[in-house]
Ligand binder design. Sequence first.
Ligand SMILES: [Zn+2]
Ligand SMILES: [Zn+2]
Length: 260
Amino acid sequence: MATLPTYEGPSFGSSKEERLARRNAEKELVGHAAKGHLTEERRDRVRQQSIAEIPWWYSPYGHLAATTGIGLVVLVGSIYFIVTRAHVTWSDLVIVPAVVLLANFFEWRVHKHVLHRRRWPFEVIYDKHTPMHHMIYVEEDMALRSKNEFRLVLIPAAGVLGIVLASAPLAWVVGHFWSSAAGALFLVTASLFMVSYEVLHLCFHAPKDSFIGRRKAIAYLRAHHAKHHDPRYMQKYNFNVTLPLFDMIMGTMAPKEPPR
Ligand SMILES: [Zn+2]
Ligand SMILES: [Zn+2]
């Protein structure tokens, strides 16, 4: 029997033919899953391959510290700037709900159009999400089975850095054309939103009977994301992970009745 290659996602492979074969296999897998035909056995195989791919040096808490740490450094830096250098007026505070709305839209849009559709140059993000994260965790089996599975849930640290670098010019524009306090508040709100996304998503994948999984607020918020983990819903509904604002606005709230 041929040995299985470690799971590196359909965008990888030594030759064009191999990549194509992997992508066709992935398309079939996701297509089957979306029709409600994802088997336990197939899920186990994706899990085993994904875990085999985790490097020996991987540290789950190091990963969590890196992604939330980048957000917290920006947060503390911006708060320090506000306290020591900026004068916040009431009108500056308008930026806070504006950034929450913008970040919520960004979360919805990127999840729907990048994490669930393979698009150049973000193929690897798709690979880690739809044919991996979604095949391993389904609505009635959302829990991580070991700490190493943090790797299958958390955003890569480079991705978080990318988000921070992409939001910095926007904060600069706000700081330049509005006020430096508003620019710093932009960064405070955006980094808080990112940290809450990362922490909440991890909490939603904590075992239901764990200390975190039993919290009422987590159970309440988890229900929305868990529905998105129904393979029949994943490509169509519940793309917000934090608050389902844009799912409501864009009409992508999963229907109450179960799909046929
Ligand atoms: Zn998830
Ligand atoms: Zn998803």
